[in-house]
Design a protein. Sequence first.
Lengths: 137, 383
Amino acid sequence: MEYKRIFTGVSAITMIATLAFSVPLQNKKLEESKARGKELYGELCITCHLGDGKGTPGTIPPLAKSSYFAKNIDKAIYAQKFGLSEPITVNGIKYSVPMPAPGISDEEIADITTYITNSWGNKGRLITVKDVQRVTK
Amino acid sequence: MIAIFQKMGTRFLLITLLLSGSLTSCYSQEKNIRSEKLEFTTETIETGISVPWGMVFLPGGDILVTDKTGKIRVIRDNKLVETPIEGVPLVYNRSQGGLFDLELHPDYKNNEWIYISYAAPDDPAKPTGAITYIMRAKLSGSKLTDQQIIFKGSPFSKGGVHFGGRMEFGTDGYLYFSIGERGEKEKAQSLELYNGKIYRVKDDGSIPADNPFIDTPGAIKAIYSYGHRNPQGLALSPFTGQLWETEHGPMGGDELNIIRKGKNYGWPKITYGIDYDGKLISKDSVMEGMEQPVTFWRPSIGTSNLVFINSDKYPSWKGNILVCSMAKQYLERVELEGDKVVHQEKLFQGIGRVRTVAVSPEGFIYLTVEGAGKIIKIVPVIK
């Protein structure tokens, strides 16, 4: 009886602790992924899309507040996985410069996508390798 | 039934069109273009090579083009030959890394050496990093043979940026080529590191006895000049024999340089650009003992290769240079008076990322454009 009470008590504490910690844990994962993504962005994306994610209107589409992947993050993942060769429209402006696939791993695509969807006013979630694997040609 | 048949017919036609578009390259001639000093037309081959990095003309009329992802392709009679060349080195196809330039030996007719620059992976099966290598080989049918790696940069590093990779033979018969600073800018200033240099070697990779740092303790003996960021363009002036260079700079700091023996071109101690995140790289753009560019581009045009025009096909452009703009998507014609830039004209505005430009043995200008992999020949209109 006494054991049971202690057990219930412990599990309740565990549950509360788990709940209390899981949000920060998720945030921690997001922050870590974002930090790795920022590093990769500086290596692979920044020369065209620039440090503020604004690109160059008419030539290089913005990633900051972009209508292109705002509702469907898979489109941002697709571009990194396979490149883009067809013209796209972003925030009402047409872009026709092709983007070659950077030839990077799914982990790296996940981190870059986490970074771009959580920067420059973009509000997104943690993008995982599973999200990247889901996107196919 | 008829409706279904018609529908199928349309679909069949569509599929046929799609297939013919993707399987064979297409060739077209375009209407006349009036530029400042020349009226010309163009002939275009669409190869589908998304990044046609380098190009060379074989004596028989074939054009060899590199596909950055790691293939060498043949253009014969205005068509892309379906099968790529075999025996090409494995490359590190990450971001800017991959297969770069091609160059023929000045005595190609007798010795058949083709030079190939590329991002060599540390482990071909599971690459974790790369650095620029130079190989030479011979072409036998559609196969490379006698492959010899004549120069190895070092160390392998993971970053996908600034490999340099352009090659050009000098009037001295030596091979000049570039290696970028691989995203580690400070290293461009050290003579003991491979990053950010122009090199000069003999045709077999050995070191000429009069290289500038041959007696400098600890220096890499093949270095010809240093302090470079990412030189992706090298061209020999047919008028002065000097080596000219286009260097992909930081934001607002692309440069046109004349490469002089043993000189320091200043990166990152001096630059006209700032970092892509807006941060200052150096407050200085001039410093004692460091070379100044002939000109620089602000905003950046994203320079790739360049070429001098010395062809009777384009008398009004004689002595000019043409510079590829990737970021701003055009070909720039630059008029020179000696070592000074006196006029610039934008050609083919909005055409796409212009990757390389070359003059064929017959004297025609060819440029390559990324995306659809266009190879465009500039044909002057004679009236």
